[in-house]
Write a protein that binds this ligand. Structure first.
Ligand code: ATP
Ligand code: MG
Length: 421
Protein backbone atom coordinates (compact mmCIF):
# COMPACT_ATOMS: atom_id res chain seq x y z
CA UNK A 1 0.00 0.00 0.00
CA UNK A 2 1.46 3.40 -0.90
CA UNK A 3 1.48 5.82 2.00
CA UNK A 4 -0.39 9.11 1.81
CA UNK A 5 2.62 11.09 0.63
CA UNK A 6 3.62 8.79 -2.27
CA UNK A 7 2.93 9.99 -5.79
CA UNK A 8 0.67 7.48 -7.56
CA UNK A 9 -0.08 7.71 -11.24
CA UNK A 10 -3.78 7.25 -11.82
CA UNK A 11 -5.10 6.29 -15.24
CA UNK A 12 -8.53 6.50 -16.83
CA UNK A 13 -10.74 3.43 -16.51
CA UNK A 14 -10.85 1.02 -19.45
CA UNK A 15 -13.30 2.25 -22.06
CA UNK A 16 -13.22 5.82 -20.68
CA UNK A 17 -11.09 8.51 -22.27
CA UNK A 18 -9.98 12.11 -22.17
CA UNK A 19 -11.13 14.13 -25.14
CA UNK A 20 -8.24 16.38 -25.96
CA UNK A 21 -7.98 19.32 -28.32
CA UNK A 22 -8.21 19.35 -31.26
CA UNK A 23 -10.60 16.35 -31.19
CA UNK A 24 -12.68 17.99 -28.45
CA UNK A 25 -13.36 20.89 -30.83
CA UNK A 26 -15.12 18.45 -33.17
CA UNK A 27 -17.57 17.61 -30.40
CA UNK A 28 -18.25 21.31 -29.86
CA UNK A 29 -18.72 21.81 -33.57
CA UNK A 30 -21.10 18.86 -33.96
CA UNK A 31 -23.12 19.96 -30.95
CA UNK A 32 -23.34 23.54 -32.25
CA UNK A 33 -24.53 22.27 -35.65
CA UNK A 34 -27.15 20.14 -33.88
CA UNK A 35 -28.40 23.10 -31.81
CA UNK A 36 -28.78 25.19 -34.98
CA UNK A 37 -30.77 22.47 -36.71
CA UNK A 38 -32.95 21.76 -33.65
CA UNK A 39 -33.89 25.40 -33.46
CA UNK A 40 -34.91 25.38 -37.15
CA UNK A 41 -37.26 22.47 -36.43
CA UNK A 42 -38.81 23.80 -33.20
CA UNK A 43 -37.03 21.44 -30.79
CA UNK A 44 -36.14 22.60 -27.27
CA UNK A 45 -33.55 21.25 -24.89
CA UNK A 46 -34.28 18.92 -21.99
CA UNK A 47 -31.50 18.33 -19.48
CA UNK A 48 -32.17 15.07 -17.72
CA UNK A 49 -30.31 13.49 -14.79
CA UNK A 50 -27.33 11.19 -15.34
CA UNK A 51 -28.49 8.79 -12.62
CA UNK A 52 -32.04 7.46 -12.35
CA UNK A 53 -33.79 4.58 -10.63
CA UNK A 54 -32.62 1.37 -12.30
CA UNK A 55 -36.25 0.36 -12.72
CA UNK A 56 -36.73 3.17 -15.25
CA UNK A 57 -34.36 1.49 -17.72
CA UNK A 58 -35.48 -2.05 -16.92
CA UNK A 59 -39.11 -1.10 -17.65
CA UNK A 60 -38.56 1.07 -20.71
CA UNK A 61 -35.43 -0.13 -22.53
CA UNK A 62 -36.40 -3.67 -21.55
CA UNK A 63 -34.89 -6.39 -19.39
CA UNK A 64 -33.98 -8.69 -22.28
CA UNK A 65 -31.95 -6.05 -24.12
CA UNK A 66 -28.15 -6.02 -24.16
CA UNK A 67 -28.17 -2.54 -22.67
CA UNK A 68 -30.05 -3.59 -19.54
CA UNK A 69 -29.01 -7.23 -19.31
CA UNK A 70 -25.27 -6.76 -19.78
CA UNK A 71 -24.18 -3.16 -20.18
CA UNK A 72 -25.73 -1.09 -17.42
CA UNK A 73 -23.72 0.56 -14.66
CA UNK A 74 -26.13 -0.16 -11.82
CA UNK A 75 -25.48 0.00 -8.10
CA UNK A 76 -27.14 0.44 -4.74
CA UNK A 77 -26.71 4.02 -3.51
CA UNK A 78 -26.07 5.10 0.07
CA UNK A 79 -29.80 5.21 0.73
CA UNK A 80 -30.27 1.60 -0.38
CA UNK A 81 -31.90 2.56 -3.69
CA UNK A 82 -31.20 0.52 -6.84
CA UNK A 83 -29.98 3.16 -9.29
CA UNK A 84 -28.30 3.17 -12.71
CA UNK A 85 -26.13 5.57 -14.66
CA UNK A 86 -28.07 6.31 -17.84
CA UNK A 87 -27.22 4.03 -20.78
CA UNK A 88 -29.49 6.02 -23.11
CA UNK A 89 -31.62 9.16 -23.09
CA UNK A 90 -35.14 8.17 -24.13
CA UNK A 91 -36.25 6.64 -20.78
CA UNK A 92 -35.26 9.82 -18.90
CA UNK A 93 -37.03 12.04 -21.42
CA UNK A 94 -40.20 9.96 -21.17
CA UNK A 95 -40.05 10.01 -17.37
CA UNK A 96 -39.54 13.80 -17.43
CA UNK A 97 -42.43 14.19 -19.88
CA UNK A 98 -44.76 12.29 -17.58
CA UNK A 99 -43.46 13.65 -14.26
CA UNK A 100 -43.69 17.29 -15.40
CA UNK A 101 -46.99 16.89 -17.28
CA UNK A 102 -45.33 18.18 -20.43
CA UNK A 103 -48.22 16.84 -22.48
CA UNK A 104 -50.45 19.50 -20.92
CA UNK A 105 -48.31 22.52 -21.72
CA UNK A 106 -49.87 22.98 -25.16
CA UNK A 107 -46.36 22.99 -26.67
CA UNK A 108 -45.28 20.90 -29.64
CA UNK A 109 -43.76 17.97 -27.70
CA UNK A 110 -40.39 18.26 -29.44
CA UNK A 111 -37.32 17.87 -27.21
CA UNK A 112 -33.63 17.29 -27.69
CA UNK A 113 -30.85 16.34 -25.31
CA UNK A 114 -27.07 16.25 -25.52
CA UNK A 115 -25.24 14.21 -22.95
CA UNK A 116 -22.91 11.45 -21.96
CA UNK A 117 -24.21 7.88 -21.76
CA UNK A 118 -22.61 4.88 -20.07
CA UNK A 119 -22.55 1.25 -21.14
CA UNK A 120 -20.21 -1.40 -19.77
CA UNK A 121 -19.50 -3.07 -23.10
CA UNK A 122 -16.25 -4.32 -24.57
CA UNK A 123 -14.24 -1.25 -25.59
CA UNK A 124 -13.01 -1.07 -29.19
CA UNK A 125 -12.71 1.52 -31.94
CA UNK A 126 -15.92 3.57 -31.89
CA UNK A 127 -17.22 1.76 -28.81
CA UNK A 128 -16.56 3.29 -25.42
CA UNK A 129 -18.00 2.90 -21.95
CA UNK A 130 -18.75 6.60 -21.79
CA UNK A 131 -19.88 8.26 -25.00
CA UNK A 132 -21.92 11.25 -26.07
CA UNK A 133 -25.30 11.13 -27.70
CA UNK A 134 -27.39 13.84 -29.26
CA UNK A 135 -31.01 12.77 -29.18
CA UNK A 136 -34.36 14.05 -30.38
CA UNK A 137 -37.82 12.99 -29.23
CA UNK A 138 -41.14 14.09 -30.70
CA UNK A 139 -43.93 13.07 -28.32
CA UNK A 140 -47.64 13.28 -29.10
CA UNK A 141 -47.77 13.01 -32.89
CA UNK A 142 -48.77 9.74 -34.55
CA UNK A 143 -48.73 10.86 -38.16
CA UNK A 144 -46.17 9.92 -40.82
CA UNK A 145 -45.39 13.64 -41.12
CA UNK A 146 -43.67 13.37 -37.73
CA UNK A 147 -41.67 10.33 -38.93
CA UNK A 148 -40.59 12.07 -42.12
CA UNK A 149 -39.80 15.31 -40.33
CA UNK A 150 -37.62 13.72 -37.67
CA UNK A 151 -35.64 11.61 -40.16
CA UNK A 152 -35.21 14.63 -42.43
CA UNK A 153 -33.99 16.68 -39.47
CA UNK A 154 -31.47 13.97 -38.65
CA UNK A 155 -30.09 13.97 -42.17
CA UNK A 156 -29.89 17.77 -42.21
CA UNK A 157 -28.03 17.66 -38.89
CA UNK A 158 -25.44 15.26 -40.33
CA UNK A 159 -25.05 17.50 -43.38
CA UNK A 160 -24.69 20.61 -41.24
CA UNK A 161 -22.05 18.87 -39.11
CA UNK A 162 -20.15 18.09 -42.33
CA UNK A 163 -20.65 14.31 -42.15
CA UNK A 164 -21.04 12.79 -45.60
CA UNK A 165 -21.29 9.23 -46.91
CA UNK A 166 -24.10 8.11 -44.60
CA UNK A 167 -27.06 5.97 -45.57
CA UNK A 168 -30.49 5.80 -43.97
CA UNK A 169 -31.93 2.31 -43.47
CA UNK A 170 -35.61 2.02 -42.66
CA UNK A 171 -38.10 -0.64 -41.58
CA UNK A 172 -41.48 -0.94 -39.89
CA UNK A 173 -42.11 -3.20 -36.90
CA UNK A 174 -45.86 -2.59 -37.08
CA UNK A 175 -48.20 -1.90 -34.19
CA UNK A 176 -48.87 -4.06 -31.12
CA UNK A 177 -51.47 -6.01 -33.13
CA UNK A 178 -49.14 -6.78 -36.06
CA UNK A 179 -46.49 -7.83 -33.62
CA UNK A 180 -48.81 -10.02 -31.54
CA UNK A 181 -49.60 -12.17 -34.57
CA UNK A 182 -46.00 -12.14 -35.73
CA UNK A 183 -44.69 -12.95 -32.27
CA UNK A 184 -46.59 -16.25 -32.31
CA UNK A 185 -45.43 -17.17 -35.84
CA UNK A 186 -41.82 -16.28 -35.05
CA UNK A 187 -41.87 -18.04 -31.69
CA UNK A 188 -43.16 -21.19 -33.37
CA UNK A 189 -40.32 -20.99 -35.89
CA UNK A 190 -37.70 -20.35 -33.18
CA UNK A 191 -38.96 -23.24 -31.04
CA UNK A 192 -38.61 -25.56 -34.01
CA UNK A 193 -35.12 -24.29 -34.74
CA UNK A 194 -33.94 -23.78 -31.17
CA UNK A 195 -30.94 -26.10 -31.56
CA UNK A 196 -29.31 -23.63 -33.93
CA UNK A 197 -29.62 -20.61 -31.62
CA UNK A 198 -26.95 -19.13 -29.35
CA UNK A 199 -27.28 -19.79 -25.60
CA UNK A 200 -28.59 -16.32 -24.60
CA UNK A 201 -31.27 -16.48 -27.34
CA UNK A 202 -32.32 -19.98 -26.27
CA UNK A 203 -33.00 -18.55 -22.84
CA UNK A 204 -35.02 -15.54 -23.94
CA UNK A 205 -37.07 -16.48 -26.99
CA UNK A 206 -40.15 -17.16 -24.87
CA UNK A 207 -39.90 -13.72 -23.25
CA UNK A 208 -38.82 -11.77 -26.35
CA UNK A 209 -38.71 -13.70 -29.63
CA UNK A 210 -38.07 -10.57 -31.72
CA UNK A 211 -34.84 -10.02 -29.83
CA UNK A 212 -33.32 -13.05 -31.65
CA UNK A 213 -33.54 -11.14 -34.94
CA UNK A 214 -31.37 -8.39 -33.47
CA UNK A 215 -28.87 -10.79 -31.87
CA UNK A 216 -25.34 -10.16 -33.12
CA UNK A 217 -24.79 -13.95 -33.45
CA UNK A 218 -28.14 -15.31 -34.69
CA UNK A 219 -29.68 -12.22 -36.25
CA UNK A 220 -28.14 -12.20 -39.74
CA UNK A 221 -29.04 -15.84 -40.54
CA UNK A 222 -32.51 -15.57 -39.01
CA UNK A 223 -33.26 -12.40 -40.93
CA UNK A 224 -32.92 -14.41 -44.13
CA UNK A 225 -34.72 -17.59 -43.13
CA UNK A 226 -37.26 -16.71 -40.44
CA UNK A 227 -40.83 -15.75 -41.39
CA UNK A 228 -41.24 -12.05 -42.18
CA UNK A 229 -43.47 -9.61 -40.37
CA UNK A 230 -46.64 -8.66 -42.23
CA UNK A 231 -47.97 -5.19 -41.58
CA UNK A 232 -51.68 -4.56 -41.03
CA UNK A 233 -53.20 -2.17 -43.62
CA UNK A 234 -52.92 0.86 -41.31
CA UNK A 235 -49.24 0.19 -40.54
CA UNK A 236 -48.47 -0.52 -44.20
CA UNK A 237 -50.11 2.78 -45.16
CA UNK A 238 -48.16 4.66 -42.47
CA UNK A 239 -44.89 3.19 -43.66
CA UNK A 240 -45.59 3.88 -47.35
CA UNK A 241 -46.59 7.48 -46.58
CA UNK A 242 -43.43 8.00 -44.49
CA UNK A 243 -41.30 6.92 -47.44
CA UNK A 244 -43.24 9.11 -49.84
CA UNK A 245 -42.72 12.13 -47.58
CA UNK A 246 -39.01 11.35 -47.26
CA UNK A 247 -38.81 11.47 -51.06
CA UNK A 248 -40.46 14.88 -51.01
CA UNK A 249 -37.81 15.97 -48.48
CA UNK A 250 -35.13 14.54 -50.82
CA UNK A 251 -33.92 12.12 -48.16
CA UNK A 252 -32.45 9.01 -49.72
CA UNK A 253 -33.18 5.80 -47.83
CA UNK A 254 -33.36 2.04 -48.22
CA UNK A 255 -35.87 -0.34 -46.70
CA UNK A 256 -34.30 -3.29 -44.93
CA UNK A 257 -36.81 -5.75 -43.47
CA UNK A 258 -34.20 -7.32 -41.20
CA UNK A 259 -33.67 -4.07 -39.26
CA UNK A 260 -35.36 -4.69 -35.89
CA UNK A 261 -33.35 -2.54 -33.40
CA UNK A 262 -32.42 -3.94 -30.02
CA UNK A 263 -34.77 -2.12 -27.69
CA UNK A 264 -38.14 -3.27 -26.42
CA UNK A 265 -40.09 -0.09 -26.88
CA UNK A 266 -39.94 0.34 -30.65
CA UNK A 267 -43.08 0.10 -32.76
CA UNK A 268 -43.82 0.98 -36.40
CA UNK A 269 -41.03 2.96 -38.11
CA UNK A 270 -37.47 2.13 -37.06
CA UNK A 271 -34.30 3.40 -38.70
CA UNK A 272 -30.55 3.54 -38.52
CA UNK A 273 -27.95 5.71 -40.18
CA UNK A 274 -24.75 3.92 -41.11
CA UNK A 275 -21.45 5.03 -42.53
CA UNK A 276 -19.28 2.72 -44.59
CA UNK A 277 -16.25 4.79 -43.52
CA UNK A 278 -16.54 3.51 -39.94
CA UNK A 279 -15.64 -0.18 -40.18
CA UNK A 280 -17.40 -2.62 -37.88
CA UNK A 281 -19.05 -0.05 -35.55
CA UNK A 282 -20.80 1.51 -38.52
CA UNK A 283 -24.02 2.81 -36.91
CA UNK A 284 -23.99 6.53 -36.27
CA UNK A 285 -27.64 6.80 -35.32
CA UNK A 286 -30.54 4.63 -34.22
CA UNK A 287 -34.14 5.54 -33.77
CA UNK A 288 -37.78 4.77 -34.22
CA UNK A 289 -41.36 5.12 -33.05
CA UNK A 290 -42.29 4.17 -29.53
CA UNK A 291 -46.04 4.66 -29.63
CA UNK A 292 -46.83 2.64 -26.49
CA UNK A 293 -43.95 3.63 -24.19
CA UNK A 294 -45.35 6.79 -22.57
CA UNK A 295 -48.55 4.98 -21.61
CA UNK A 296 -46.73 1.89 -20.40
CA UNK A 297 -44.61 4.10 -18.15
CA UNK A 298 -47.75 5.51 -16.52
CA UNK A 299 -48.33 8.56 -18.70
CA UNK A 300 -51.14 9.54 -21.06
CA UNK A 301 -51.38 7.58 -24.33
CA UNK A 302 -48.86 9.52 -26.43
CA UNK A 303 -47.44 8.21 -29.69
CA UNK A 304 -43.83 9.26 -30.13
CA UNK A 305 -40.74 8.98 -32.29
CA UNK A 306 -37.09 9.70 -31.61
CA UNK A 307 -33.46 8.98 -32.38
CA UNK A 308 -30.00 9.22 -30.91
CA UNK A 309 -26.79 10.03 -32.75
CA UNK A 310 -23.41 8.88 -31.44
CA UNK A 311 -21.19 11.96 -31.37
CA UNK A 312 -17.99 9.95 -30.84
CA UNK A 313 -18.57 8.13 -34.13
CA UNK A 314 -19.37 11.36 -35.98
CA UNK A 315 -16.14 12.83 -34.60
CA UNK A 316 -14.27 9.81 -36.01
CA UNK A 317 -15.71 10.59 -39.43
CA UNK A 318 -14.61 14.21 -39.12
CA UNK A 319 -11.18 13.62 -37.61
CA UNK A 320 -9.33 15.13 -40.58
CA UNK A 321 -11.14 18.37 -39.90
CA UNK A 322 -9.95 18.69 -36.30
CA UNK A 323 -8.13 21.98 -35.87
CA UNK A 324 -6.32 23.50 -32.93
CA UNK A 325 -7.85 26.84 -32.02
CA UNK A 326 -5.50 29.78 -32.56
CA UNK A 327 -5.88 33.27 -31.16
CA UNK A 328 -6.03 36.14 -33.64
CA UNK A 329 -3.56 38.28 -31.73
CA UNK A 330 -0.69 37.50 -29.38
CA UNK A 331 0.42 40.22 -26.95
CA UNK A 332 4.04 40.55 -25.85
CA UNK A 333 5.58 42.77 -23.17
CA UNK A 334 9.15 43.63 -24.18
CA UNK A 335 10.07 45.49 -21.00
CA UNK A 336 9.17 45.44 -17.30
CA UNK A 337 7.38 48.77 -17.55
CA UNK A 338 5.13 47.55 -20.40
CA UNK A 339 3.59 44.55 -18.61
CA UNK A 340 0.60 46.33 -17.13
CA UNK A 341 -0.20 48.07 -20.41
CA UNK A 342 0.15 44.74 -22.26
CA UNK A 343 -2.32 43.17 -19.83
CA UNK A 344 -4.69 46.08 -20.46
CA UNK A 345 -4.31 45.65 -24.23
CA UNK A 346 -5.39 41.98 -23.96
CA UNK A 347 -8.59 43.17 -22.31
CA UNK A 348 -9.24 45.78 -25.00
CA UNK A 349 -8.73 43.27 -27.80
CA UNK A 350 -11.11 40.75 -26.24
CA UNK A 351 -13.70 43.45 -25.52
CA UNK A 352 -13.53 44.30 -29.24
CA UNK A 353 -14.26 40.65 -30.10
CA UNK A 354 -10.69 39.82 -31.12
CA UNK A 355 -9.38 36.59 -29.62
CA UNK A 356 -6.08 37.31 -27.91
CA UNK A 357 -3.53 35.40 -25.87
CA UNK A 358 -0.13 35.83 -24.21
CA UNK A 359 2.44 33.52 -22.67
CA UNK A 360 4.24 35.06 -19.69
CA UNK A 361 5.07 38.79 -19.68
CA UNK A 362 7.91 38.07 -17.25
CA UNK A 363 9.85 35.98 -19.76
CA UNK A 364 12.31 37.29 -22.35
CA UNK A 365 11.15 38.89 -25.60
CA UNK A 366 12.65 35.96 -27.51
CA UNK A 367 10.76 33.39 -25.49
CA UNK A 368 7.46 35.30 -25.84
CA UNK A 369 8.02 35.59 -29.62
CA UNK A 370 8.55 31.82 -29.81
CA UNK A 371 5.25 31.25 -28.01
CA UNK A 372 3.55 33.70 -30.40
CA UNK A 373 4.80 31.69 -33.39
CA UNK A 374 3.68 28.40 -31.85
CA UNK A 375 0.25 29.75 -30.97
CA UNK A 376 -0.72 30.08 -34.62
CA UNK A 377 -1.80 33.71 -34.03
CA UNK A 378 -2.10 35.96 -37.06
CA UNK A 379 -0.42 38.94 -35.47
CA UNK A 380 1.97 39.72 -32.58
CA UNK A 381 1.50 43.01 -30.72
CA UNK A 382 4.63 44.08 -28.90
CA UNK A 383 4.77 46.77 -26.24
CA UNK A 384 8.16 48.00 -25.03
CA UNK A 385 9.50 51.18 -23.43
CA UNK A 386 9.43 53.24 -26.66
CA UNK A 387 5.90 52.16 -27.49
CA UNK A 388 4.61 53.11 -24.03
CA UNK A 389 6.35 56.50 -24.23
CA UNK A 390 4.94 57.26 -27.71
CA UNK A 391 1.50 55.66 -27.23
CA UNK A 392 2.15 53.22 -30.06
CA UNK A 393 2.36 49.46 -30.54
CA UNK A 394 4.74 47.32 -32.62
CA UNK A 395 2.72 45.10 -34.97
CA UNK A 396 4.22 42.01 -36.57
CA UNK A 397 2.21 39.89 -38.98
CA UNK A 398 3.31 36.38 -38.12
CA UNK A 399 2.22 34.19 -40.99
CA UNK A 400 3.76 36.40 -43.68
CA UNK A 401 6.91 36.95 -41.60
CA UNK A 402 6.59 40.62 -42.51
CA UNK A 403 8.68 43.34 -40.90
CA UNK A 404 7.50 44.94 -37.72
CA UNK A 405 5.58 48.22 -38.06
CA UNK A 406 4.72 50.88 -35.53
CA UNK A 407 1.02 51.77 -35.24
CA UNK A 408 -0.48 54.51 -33.03
CA UNK A 409 -2.53 53.06 -30.16
CA UNK A 410 -5.60 54.95 -31.36
CA UNK A 411 -5.53 52.99 -34.66
CA UNK A 412 -4.46 49.63 -33.28
CA UNK A 413 -7.82 47.85 -33.07
CA UNK A 414 -8.78 48.93 -36.59
CA UNK A 415 -5.40 47.77 -37.88
CA UNK A 416 -5.62 44.36 -36.16
CA UNK A 417 -9.14 43.84 -37.51
CA UNK A 418 -7.88 44.67 -41.00
CA UNK A 419 -5.05 42.15 -40.72
CA UNK A 420 -7.17 39.27 -39.41
CA UNK A 421 -10.14 39.84 -41.70
P1 ATP B 1 -24.38 -0.65 -31.75
O1 ATP B 1 -25.14 -1.62 -32.61
O2 ATP B 1 -23.21 -0.01 -32.44
O3 ATP B 1 -24.06 -1.22 -30.40
P2 ATP B 1 -26.72 0.50 -30.55
O4 ATP B 1 -27.86 -0.03 -31.31
O5 ATP B 1 -26.36 -0.10 -29.23
O6 ATP B 1 -25.41 0.56 -31.48
P3 ATP B 1 -28.14 2.89 -29.89
O7 ATP B 1 -28.54 2.43 -28.55
O8 ATP B 1 -29.14 2.94 -30.96
O9 ATP B 1 -26.87 2.06 -30.37
O10 ATP B 1 -27.43 4.31 -29.76
C1 ATP B 1 -27.42 5.25 -30.84
C2 ATP B 1 -26.01 5.57 -31.28
O11 ATP B 1 -25.15 5.80 -30.16
C3 ATP B 1 -25.32 4.45 -32.04
O12 ATP B 1 -25.70 4.45 -33.39
C4 ATP B 1 -23.86 4.82 -31.87
O13 ATP B 1 -23.46 5.82 -32.80
C5 ATP B 1 -23.83 5.41 -30.49
N1 ATP B 1 -23.32 4.41 -29.52
C6 ATP B 1 -23.99 3.40 -28.94
N2 ATP B 1 -23.21 2.71 -28.11
C7 ATP B 1 -21.99 3.33 -28.16
C8 ATP B 1 -20.74 3.11 -27.51
N3 ATP B 1 -20.58 2.14 -26.62
N4 ATP B 1 -19.69 3.93 -27.82
C9 ATP B 1 -19.84 4.93 -28.71
N5 ATP B 1 -20.99 5.19 -29.34
C10 ATP B 1 -22.06 4.41 -29.08
MG1 MG C 1 -24.99 -1.49 -28.57
Amino acid sequence: MPSAGDAVTIHTLRGFRDLLPPESSLFTRIEAAARDVFSLYGYQELRIPTIELKELFVKSTGDTTDIVEKEMYAFTDGGGREVAVRPEGTPGVVRAYIENNLGQTGRNGKYFYIGNMFRAERPQAGRYREFTQIGAEHIGNASPFADAETITMLVRLLEKAGVGGCSVVLNSLGCAECRKTYREILLEYLRLNIAGLCEPCKGRIERNPLRALDCKTDGPALAEKAPKLFLCPACAEHFARTQELLKISKVEHQVNTSLVRGLDYYTSTVFEVRSSALGSQDAVCGGGRYDDLVKSMGGPASPAIGWAVGVDRLAMLLKDKARMESPSAFVIAASDGARTAAFGLLGELRAAGISADFSNFELSLKSQMRSADRSGAAVALILGEDEIKNATCAVKTLKEKADQRTVPMTELLTEVKRIIS
